[in-house]
Every structure is written in C-alpha cells, then in structure tokens.
Design a protein around this ligand. Structure first.
Ligand SMILES: Nc1ncnc2c1ncn2[C@@H]1O[C@H](COP(=O)(O)OP(=O)(O)OP(=O)(O)O)[C@@H](O)[C@H]1O
Ligand SMILES: [Mg+2]
Length: 369
C-alpha cells in the first residue's frame, strides 16, 4: 500500500496543501505546532475514518471554516485508488474512486496503515480502554466483519444499559433482555476469537522483535484477559459458554445496574521477563515493548494481506536510543514510511527517501536522497 499524493483543504492548521510522497521513506520535520501530526492524522483518517487523537470528526475542520476535505491517491496492488473525504460540522461524505461509500465498514481495511506515536506508550501505561482501542483499530483493518460485529456489540450493551437504568418499566423488558443476551453471546464469541487470534500473532512476532532490540535480554509475553467462562479462544463452544455466563450473572447485573459480561471488559497484559510491564517495567522497556508490538502489527498486517501497510511514525525517533532508531529506520518498514520529527539530525541514518519541511501549515519539498 502506497500513498502517492495527498491534498488537504481547511484541515486542522492547513488552508491548502498538496504533496507527492516517495514510495519509500518520507521525512517531515519542523518545529512544534507546525502541522506534522496533523498531516499523519489526515493519512490515518483516510484509512480508518477516525482521528487517532480520539477527538470528534468536526475538530479537524480549520477554525472559522465550515468544512474540511482530505484527498489521497493510493497504489493498492498496482491499482489506483482515490479516496476523497469531505467533513462538515454535521457529518462526513466519503468517495472512493468517485463513488459514494455509505458505510464505514465497507471502507475500513482497504487502505492499511499502522501508526506509532509517543502516545502509544499509553498502550501499556493506561487503563484497558486504550488496549481495546488498539485491538479494535488493528483487527478492523484485517478482518472485514470485525467492525460490524463491534458496532453490533456496542449497540447491544447500550440497549442493555438502558434497560438496567429503567425503574418500574424494567420488569416488562426482561424478556427482551434475554434476547439481547443471546445476541451478545454470539457477537462476543466472534470478537473474542478475532482478538485472541490477533494477540497470539502479535505476541509471537513482538517477542522475536523484542529479543532482537534487547540483545536477547528480554522476553515478551501477551496474555489476553477475556471472559472468565472461556478457556480457549478457538473453542467452538464459546458462544454457549458466554451465554451461560450471562445467565448466571443476570441477577448481579440487575442488582448492580452494570453489564458484567461481554467484550467491552476485555483487556490484555504485557509481561516482560515474566513481570507485568505496566507495574514493573522501566520507561525504556515500555518503549521497546510498544515498539515491538507496533512492528509486529506491521508484519502481521503484511503477512495477512500480502501488502505492506503504510507506517506512520509520529515523533518517535527522538524517544529512542540510536540502536532502536536504526532498527526502526533500517531493519523494518521496508514499505512506505511517513516519519515526523523536530530534529533533522535524527534522520541522518537514512539512506533514501524524500525530506519535507513543515512550517505554519505550509509544506515544502526539501531534498530527495
Ligand atoms: N481545527 C483546527 N483549526 C486550526 N488549527 C488547528 C486545528 N486543530 C489543531 N490546530 C493547530 O494545528 C497546529 C499544529 O498541530 P500539530 O499537532 O500538527 O503540530 P506538530 O507539528 O505535530 O507539533 P509537535 O512537534 O509539537 O508535535 C497546532 O498549533 C494546533 O493548535
Ligand atoms: Mg506532533
């Protein structure tokens, strides 16, 4: 997957910007607050139809404007794909090769990206919501049915919560509550299977990468914390197991007013040399583990789809020591990489690519190696 050209209009701090990328490495440097992260956000948006900052869509519209647009021209298995997205304060219109796409689930997975920024350290440091977000964004690019299942799951949980909040009318909704639980068991079993498969693949590759960057000193393990009624994520009986668990916990759900069973409670734990990274790892170890996970995501996306995803690296080089930096620049990411940073000397290890400067929402093509 290669992005050939990007055009931005009224997107974040850009009035208008148009640029052509190199098929290999693209380095963008500039001072703080000039538009580097915004540029990566635009590419990510064309892939995942959401901003990686976790903000609202309308936040990307330049202050004082009524709409923003992003256009990307991609090379996908040798086929040209034009993705055009118009974002207004009330919604979004998406066109792929000029044809309007109505459902995000039909688009997500077409343009594959993997992103890595200093915020991704939260993947280990923060609570489970960050880790679920990671699984959701990654798996939805790999599995066409995943995003639909996730929406269905979230809708069921929302409806269950509405019923749990009811007062006198609640009793008359309890049959419907059981119907929702049946549907929840089915969709949760699917999400568990896909998340479990993904984490298993990530663990295998990330552990190899971690050994490489730590000189064999560190072993990385990832344990998926799913519904306690499930023993093996690949077991075909999991739907029935989750349904039994839901039935068992129904009284407790009604008493507490909370949904106690479902994929919305999933999490995973990263262990380095047998100890939970969140509780024991140093800053440098956390950085390495997240780097290993992101490199693993890049590799398994390629293995799964036969195509290298676009690697978006936001401001990560300065956070890494020279060995890890060189590893990231030279040993992996042989596909297209878009890298940002403040300090041009960070890019000195690079052999080929295109260098751009960004200043106040203006992009200039500086040199080509
Ligand atoms: N909707 C918007 N309208 C106008 N400007 C915006 C909008 N959203 C963000 N900005 C501005 O865009 C500027 C550039 O942001 P960006 O995060 O891309 O900077 P950066 O170059 O990555 O900086 P750093 O090196 O600090 O990470 C910021 O000053 C921010 O306030
Ligand atoms: Mg930035």
């Amino acid at each position: 997957m290669i992005i050939k050209k990007l055009t931005l209009k009224n997107f974040r701090n850009y009035d208008f910007a148009e640029l052509e990328f190199s098929d290999s490495r693209n380095l963008f440097f500039g001072e703080n607050a000039q538009g580097k992260t915004n540029l990566l956000e635009a590419v990510f948006y064309l892939s995942c139809l959401k901003t990686f900052r976790g903000s609202r869509d309308s936040d990307v519209i330049k202050t004082g404007c009524s709409e923003a647009s992003i256009k990307g021209i991609f090379d996908c298995y040798g086929r040209k794909i034009e993705v055009f997205c118009e974002i207004t304060r009330t919604g979004r219109k998406l066109f792929v090769n000029g044809i309007r796409e109505m459902r995000p689930s039909d688009h997500i997975g077409l343009i594959k990206t993997v992103s890595f920024s200093p915020d991704d350290l939260q993947l280990i440091k923060e609570g489970p919501a960050e880790r679920r977000r990671f699984m959701n964004i990654s798996v939805s690019q790999l599995r066409p049915g995943y995003i639909k299942a996730l929406h269905e799951h979230n809708k069921i949980i929302e409806n269950k919560r509405k019923i749990l909040k009811m007062e006198e009318e609640r009793a008359s909704y309890l049959d419907f509550y059981d119907v929702l639980n049946e549907k929840l068991a089915k969709v949760s079993a699917y999400l568990t299977l896909e998340r479990g498969r993904f984490l298993k693949n990530i663990e295998e590759t990330a552990n190899r990468v971690e050994a490489q960057i730590s000189g064999g000193r560190e072993e990385l393990k990832i344990v998926y914390n799913h519904d306690s009624a499930i023993e093996d994520v690949f077991d075909e009986e999991n739907k029935a197991r989750i349904y039994e668990h839901l039935k068992k916990r129904k009284e407790a759900e009604l008493a507490s007013g909370m949904c106690l069973v479902g994929s919305h409670r999933d999490d995973f734990t990263v262990y380095i040399n047998g100890k939970s990274a969140r509780d024991f790892a140093s800053q440098g170890q956390i950085r390495s583990a997240v780097l290993a996970i992101k490199v693993a995501e890049h590799e398994i996306t390629e293995k799964d789809s036969g195509e290298k995803p676009i690697f978006l690296l936001d401001d990560v080089l300065s956070e890494l020591d020279p060995t890890r930096r060189s590893f990231l620049l030279n040993d992996i990411g042989r596909g297209q990489t878009i890298i940002t940073g403040c300090d041009p000397s960070m890019f000195s290890e690079l052999s080929h690519g295109r260098i751009f400067t960004i200043s106040g929402g203006e992009i200039a093509n500086k040199t080509e190696n």
